[in-house]
Design a protein around this ligand. Sequence first.
Ligand SMILES: NC(=O)c1ccc[n+]([C@@H]2O[C@H](COP(=O)([O-])OP(=O)(O)OC[C@H]3O[C@@H](n4cnc5c(N)ncnc54)[C@H](OP(=O)(O)O)[C@@H]3O)[C@@H](O)[C@H]2O)c1
Length: 330
Amino acid sequence: MKNKYKVAIVGASGIVGRTALKVLEEKAFPNVEYTLFCSEKSAGKKIEFLGINYILQELKETSFNKNFDYAIFCAGGDVSKKYIPIAVEHNCVCIDNSSIYRMDPEVPLVVPEINMQEAYKNKGIIANPNCSTIQAVIPLKPLDDKYSIKRIVYSTYQAVSGAGREGIEDLENGINGFPPKKFPHPIFNNCLPHIDVFTEDGYTKEEHKMINETRKILNRPDLPITATTVRVPVLNCHSESINVEFEKDFDLYDVKQLLQNFPGIILVDDTEKNYYPIATKADGYDEVFVGRVRKDFSVKNGLNLWVVADNLRKGAASNAIQILENLINE
Ligand SMILES: NC(=O)c1ccc[n+]([C@@H]2O[C@H](COP(=O)([O-])OP(=O)(O)OC[C@H]3O[C@@H](n4cnc5c(N)ncnc54)[C@H](OP(=O)(O)O)[C@@H]3O)[C@@H](O)[C@H]2O)c1
């Protein structure tokens, strides 16, 4: 462990970046010095962090001359594509929130509760998975280990904060009758079965991310998975219905025990009291909330789960900072 680490937060003015700052304040690492980067647009603006005013700095090609140990990238795929290779050349280990390196076989795709050991083998880049994937694979991991997953059907209900500042603005402006700028249709009063762009096969990129990233994280490259991802008029926290078939038979009580005992999961499952995970209750937490745990009687060894998590925290900032914390404490 070094006496002092230098860490860059790229995209500190964005919604994931600001959440990262909040999580870093909570962590209060004693031995880390931060520099906050943004684009030309926000450069020079002040941002309160750790009790002082930090000045946001414009990210430039020369920014990584300053010997950073680590960088957390929260500024989108184009910025990661351009600047991460420069940072890596300067021996800075980058934890990337964008999707561009996630499926690169040389890049570990890490959820610390599942495969932190992969992060230690990094060659300069560690990818943070997609927000909707992180919260799905956490409950699936202990179940796959014990019962071996045969097939997954994902249906998501994703908050507007998943689309960044502009997504939130579209919902807030839509409530006041203004037309959308970020989404192709009004998100207020609508559910849009369209997240990221459409691909030739009729799926969206978000659906492909969930399918491919689940296979990579669970180390099940051929696992049959399908997904429908939907944007809903919820400010923050993604909800997901997960239908899963196993190779082996299971006991519902054992499933609940496995879920309850896995790190990062809170089981909220008492239908008599109307207890099940909801977005407003998951907001601000790092845990993944799981409920409505029940058998799917239409197939052999089928199970249904309802899973909710804060997409800005566990789905992005907190997962990245958990990785950083483990690397620093290694
Ligand atoms: N939102 C989520 O739930 C979520 C979850 C998982 C992963 N992610 C990923 O996290 C990343 C950030 O998403 P977000 O939702 O936080 O977006 P956002 O709110 O739109 O923020 C974008 C950030 O990137 C900065 N930026 C833009 N161009 C830049 C440049 N050329 N150089 C340096 N900084 C630049 C912006 O700075 P300015 O203020 O100067 O414009 C801003 O700080 C994306 O890759 C996204 O896919 C998001």
